[in-house]
Design a protein around this ligand. Structure first.
Ligand SMILES: [Zn+2]
Ligand SMILES: [Zn+2]
Length: 242
């Protein structure tokens, strides 16, 4: 009897199966191109142990829309410009909607929109968001800003993929990177629109190579990271990595 017990526990310890791949439901919100959805799917599946399913699109509802102007930056001719974004959606509305249509057969639900998004009353249009609820089951990725801040198709693919990997990292419990070299990159760009002159973007601190780096409004520090996590961030999601 004693021998049997020992053998059993030996097997349990040695052959604990790996966690199942993450099941991810990718939900287009309004019109999103198949190419954009594929970029997100392939980037996530290339780094995480995950299976991404692309769902039929859902409609953009009227109350998702923001009715006050938002802003974001563009760099042309070496100068940073602040421009107004007109068609922006309220991120919290999207994530709470995603929670209502979320299917239990998926671990995480990621909404994708081609429109800009913002959070709270923030005037800076952002690239992605995960609500701060404890479950962190839903995220939203917006292609809007990345598309407008990229100067080639190749750059766009790399950056959009990284935004998706970053938001998925948040859903798995990662916070913004504080590992590595703690390089402080970037003040917010100079604000040219008088309406928003009091606002400043957050600073990026952490490993400048890690895609969990906090993004600034111009995205520069984030765009320059690699498509990998630093060691410290990796240790938080080891079970889900390839
Ligand atoms: Zn990191
Ligand atoms: Zn983030």
């Amino acid at each position: 009897m004693k021998t049997v017990l020992i053998i059993t526990s030996f097997f349990l310890v040695t052959f604990t199966p790996l966690r199942q791949p993450l099941r991810i439901d990718l939900v287009p919100i309004g019109e999103v191109s198949v190419e954009d959805l594929k970029i997100i799917k392939q980037s996530i599946e290339g780094y995480y142990r995950a299976e991404v399913t692309i769902r039929e699109p859902v409609k953009v509802q009227e109350d998702f829309r923001v009715n006050t102007p938002n802003q974001s930056t563009r760099v042309t001719g070496g100068k940073t410009w602040i421009v107004q974004d007109s068609a922006v959606l309220q991120a919290e509305k999207l994530t709470s909607y995603l929670n209502t249509i979320r299917e239990e057969s998926f671990d995480k639900t990621i909404g994708v929109t081609g429109q800009g998004i913002r959070i709270g009353q923030e005037r800076w249009t952002i690239r992605g968001v995960v609500p701060p609820d404890p479950e962190r089951n839903c995220a939203v990725v917006s292609t809007y800003l990345v598309k407008r801040q990229s100067s080639s198709a190749q750059q766009y693919v790399f950056r959009l993929g990284k935004v998706a990997m970053h938001e998925l990292g948040h859903t798995l419990g990662l916070e913004h990177c504080s590992g590595g070299k703690s390089k402080s990159t970037g003040e917010a760009p100079p604000v040219l629109l008088p309406d928003f002159s009091a606002e400043k973007g957050p600073e990026a601190k952490g490993d400048p190579e890690c895609f969990m780096l906090r993004s600034t409004p111009d995205g520069e520090a984030f765009y320059q990271t690699s498509n990998r996590l630093c060691r410290q961030c990796q240790s938080g999601v080891q079970d889900y990595l390839k």
